[in-house]
Design a protein around this ligand. Structure first.
Ligand SMILES: NC(=O)c1ccc[n+]([C@@H]2O[C@H](COP(=O)([O-])OP(=O)(O)OC[C@H]3O[C@@H](n4cnc5c(N)ncnc54)[C@H](OP(=O)(O)O)[C@@H]3O)[C@@H](O)[C@H]2O)c1
Length: 243
């Protein structure tokens, strides 16, 4: 049985990826802050075909959360085929006025937590890659703002640029042994996270959750020889280089 660990699996893109993997019979560890919502999602994922579902309610801004999440997965499963570093936060504000408290929160959740979770999961990813023709995969949710600068999104963009670099370094260090990563870097995706911008960015122009799910599914189907560091997804009505 293949297994995956998905952060931010209670809503939006993370839930879409969790549903796709449940339909493929994966064993899943899912995390987010709210236990109640995770319980509701667990029931749905089991109905869809998930082999087993472990939930961990944790705030990724907490320093110890990544280790606890990795330990919960390792306690139930003896392999990790797909690590989905999806949970993220972000808020708008120009550099001149951006509060450092919000900067610290963004970097804690979007950079420190995924780095530490990857570090904690590497032993199991290595074990899995050693005996799997597809190796083991890491899918990370970056953002187009981490690739092409967007006014008003400096902290978020810088955090997401760090994600691209983390995945590229992972590929240099580990892909020869079968663990490779892909950062998906989309423009606005139609989820709760982008609701604040619906007045200026038409909802119907936003990338669909299912588009991101399809990209993740494709990356997980590849052989261990194929390494795709980054996939940028532009939005209809733009030149493809704007959020
Ligand atoms: N939507 C977009 O326009 C867009 C565009 C580019 C990239 N992305 C990236 O895609 C990823 C998923 O975004 P989304 O649009 O699906 O977001 P979303 O709908 O807001 O969902 C975010 C998920 O992360 C969890 N989460 C939020 N803060 C958390 C924290 N501090 N600790 C643990 N879990 C937390 C949420 O659950 P709880 O609230 O229960 O904790 C939820 O499951 C993010 O990394 C985001 O930056 C999104």
């Amino acid at each position: 049985m293949n297994t995956a660990l998905i952060t931010g699996a209670s809503r939006g893109i993370g839930l879409g990826i969790a549903r796709m993997l449940a339909e493929q019979g994966y064993g899943l560890t899912i995390t987010a802050r709210g236990q109640e919502r995770l319980d509701a999602v667990t029931a749905e994922l089991r109905d869809l075909g998930a082999d087993d579902v472990v939930t961990v309610a944790a705030d990724l801004a907490d320093e110890d959360a990544p280790a606890a999440i990795a330990a919960a997965h390792a306690a139930r499963f003896d392999r990790l085929d797909a690590l989905i570093l999806n949970a993220g936060v972000g808020s708008a504000g120009n550099i001149a006025e951006f509060p450092m408290k919000r900067y610290d929160k963004t970097f804690a959740v979007d950079v420190r937590a995924p780095f530490m979770l990857l570090q904690q999961c590497l032993p199991l990813l290595r074990t899995t890659a050693a005996d799997s023709p597809r190796g083991a995969r890491v899918i990370a949710l970056g953002s187009i703002t981490g690739v092409y600068a967007e006014p008003g999104l400096a902290a978020y963009g810088a955090a997401k640029a760090a994600m691209n670099s983390l995945i590229e370094t992972l590929n240099v260090e580990e892909s020869g042994a079968g663990i490779s990563g892909t950062a998906i870097a989309p423009a606005f995706v139609d989820t709760d996270m982008s609701a604040w911008t619906r007045e200026s960015v038409p909802q119907e122009s936003m990338v669909g959750v299912q588009d991101i799910v399809e990209i993740a599914a494709m990356a997980l189907r590849l052989s261990r020889q194929a390494v795709i560091p980054k996939i940028v997804v532009g939005r209809a009505g733009t030149d493809g280089y704007r959020a």
